[in-house]
Design a protein around this ligand. Structure first.
Ligand code: HEC
Length: 235
């Protein structure tokens, strides 16, 4: 009972803090379709994460073999496509860069992203990856609408291209490899993956939920005629 109360409390705090974040700053946040049962989307998101984020950010709560199972890949597929040669399947997603070096290069240490989806909310993340814009006054040459003066460069510039900012309104400055529609899908898959690593057990809970409902249904099929039979004798 005590753990239940504590869990409910933590859940409540997580939900409310997410909502407070979602409306802060007066910036319009882009809604995002999170679907943890969409394995193809999670796999694409994992690929983007490993190729473009893991060089600076860790996800130290997440183990490769756990991820493989959850997002519908074999250990072999993960080992061959999503891991550096020196990593082992049971390892967590850590990085080689030392925190002190990162701090020297970027002015700040890139934070671990294990629970970023819960800290920031998925709509914020979706907005963040879409709103990097050119800003020559910054060391990285870019800035961000959702994260003012961010120390992270526009990592996905090749895909999105660059944007100009005129009074909070973003327009295309140079083309990327992807159309804006396809870039938004890439970001959605990435955010879907970040939502998954923020709460990996949710996938199992969702799957379990179906079995619980089925169990209750079968139980009802058995219990209802039984109840009728009992009452027949009593009347
Ligand atoms: C070249 C290094 C580098 C790469 C690659 C990189 N980031 Fe970052 N990222 C940073 C740094 C540095 C910060 C901290 C920025 C700050 O605090 O000003 C940051 C901040 C962030 C934040 C905001 C964290 C917060 O405090 O709320 C998110 C989210 C994020 N990165 C996600 C990603 C994702 C997802 C990718 C891959 C697409 C990625 N980053 C790739 C360096 C990097």
């Amino acid at each position: 009972m005590r753990t239940l109360i504590i869990t409910l409390f933590i859940g409540l705090v997580a939900v409310t803090s997410g909502q407070v974040m979602a409306t802060s700053g007066g910036l319009h946040l882009e809604p995002v379709d999170i679907d943890l049962s969409d394995k193809a989307s999670l796999q694409r998101g994992a690929k983007t994460f490993v190729n473009y984020c893991l060089s600076c950010h860790s996800a130290s709560f997440m183990r490769y073999n756990r991820m493989a199972k959850d997002i519908g890949l074999t250990d072999k597929q993960v080992a061959e496509n999503l891991m550096f040669a020196s990593d082992k399947l049971g390892d967590t997603m850590t990085i080689a860069m030392r925190a002190e070096d990162a701090k020297k290069w970027f002015g700040v240490t890139p934070p671990d992203l294990s629970v970023i989806s819960r800290a920031r909310g998925t709509e914020w993340l979706n907005t963040y990856f879409r709103t990097f814009y050119l800003d020559e006054s910054k060391t990285m040459g870019t800035n961000n609408l959702a994260f003012k003066d961010v120390g992270m460069p526009h990592i996905l510039w090749q895909q999105q291209g660059y944007l100009n900012n005129t009074d909070g309104h973003l327009t295309e400055a140079s083309k990327g490899e992807l159309s804006s529609h396809n870039y938004n899908i890439m970001v959605r898959d990435l955010v879907n993956f970040l939502a998954y690593i923020g709460e990996p057990s949710k996938i199992q809970r969702l799957a379990l939920g179906k079995w619980v409902l089925l169990y209750l249904f079968i139980f009802f099929l058995v219990a209802y005629p039984m109840k009728k039979a009992f009452w027949r004798d009593i009347h």
